[in-house]
Unconditional design. Structure first.
Length: 127
């Protein structure tokens, strides 16, 4: 029998009722129900939230969160299709060398990073 750790994404501050089922190789089922309280969600706290750089410069963005046990993932989108050198990823730093491919001034912002902070670890509800 293979055991897998469930991954649940709780996105709002509230109480969730989580029911997990398990099945034996003989087809017998059993379940467990627990209450999970989400009392604090992480928020990206970078300051400033907008950074202006020149073509061929590195972004050098260190990500910070309202909770110290956060991990980060991000996506990147070129607003005008004139920037290269970007990608989505994970980690606490976005360090990408961006290049303006048209060699003319373009409006800011030309590249948008959508950053998501996720708190790691779970504090069990013992009540």
């Amino acid at each position: 029998m293979e055991f897998k750790t469930p991954h649940i994404h709780l996105l709002t501050q509230e109480t969730y009722i989580v029911k997990e089922w398990s099945y034996s190789t003989d087809g017998c089922a059993d379940s467990i129900t627990k209450s999970v309280v989400v009392d604090t969600l992480p928020a990206v706290t970078n300051s400033p939230l907008i950074k202006v750089i020149c073509s061929r410069d590195a972004t050098g963005i260190t990500l910070t969160s309202s909770l110290s046990n956060s991990t980060f993932s991000y996506t990147a989108t070129s607003k005008y299709g004139t920037t290269t050198g970007y990608a989505g990823g994970t980690g606490s730093t976005i360090n990408q060398t961006l290049i303006n491919t048209v060699n003319t001034a373009i409006p800011s912002p030309t590249l948008l990073h959508h950053i998501m902070a996720v708190a790691t670890g779970i504090r069990p509800n013992t009540g």
